[in-house]
Design a protein around this ligand. Structure first.
Ligand SMILES: [Fe+2]
Length: 167
């Protein structure tokens, strides 16, 4: 598995290049991720594939009906790529405008620090995706959309990725 080399300081936003390169390289190395794929209809599954001082890399699986809710990644930025199936990513502007995109195998997106999004299963079959976070994920804030735009409703201090909000 490649070890990402990030070019940033502690106070600067991460450079998208190394994280995007990382998820693409791991996606191409089927033996690195295939053994970690498992599905559970009761809850989504995630497995950490790599952790360095600056990066967490997680494999997530998605069955019909499984999704997160609107959230940010705290101080972390993220690169996401789809390994199998289809997922839907929803981005939310501060005014609450939602933009939806279906991502299929090989599609890779950058989620900047502060971006608010939601990820859901889409399409017919199971889906698998890779999510690399830098700095390492430590906090997620969840949002809803009200009359006045996005509203933060809960912040969770956790290093687990993309989990459902648990009130
Ligand atoms: Fe996310």
């Amino acid at each position: 598995m490649p070890t990402p080399v990030l070019h940033r300081t502690r106070t600067a936003a991460p450079d998208p290049g190394p994280l995007l390169d990382l998820v693409r390289a791991v996606a191409a190395d089927t033996a690195a991720w295939r053994p970690h794929v498992r599905f559970d209809a009761r809850q989504r599954c995630w497995s950490r594939l790599l952790q360095t001082d600056d990066v967490d890399l997680w494999l997530l699986t998605w069955l019909p009906g499984q999704q997160t809710s609107l959230h940010d990644h705290g101080e972390s930025a993220a690169a996401v790529t789809v390994l199998t199936g289809t997922i839907e990513e929803v981005r939310a502007d501060r005014d609450g405008t939602l933009t939806r995109e279906h991502l299929t195998v090989g599609d890779t997106v950058w989620v900047p620090q502060g971006a608010v999004h939601d990820v859901a299963h889409a399409g017919a079959g199971p889906a698998v995706s890779l999510h690399a976070y830098s700095p390492r994920l430590t906090r997620m804030t969840y949002y809803d959309v009200g009359r006045h735009g996005l509203r933060a409703v809960r912040t969770v201090e956790d290093d687990q990725p993309e989990h459902e909000e648990t009130p």
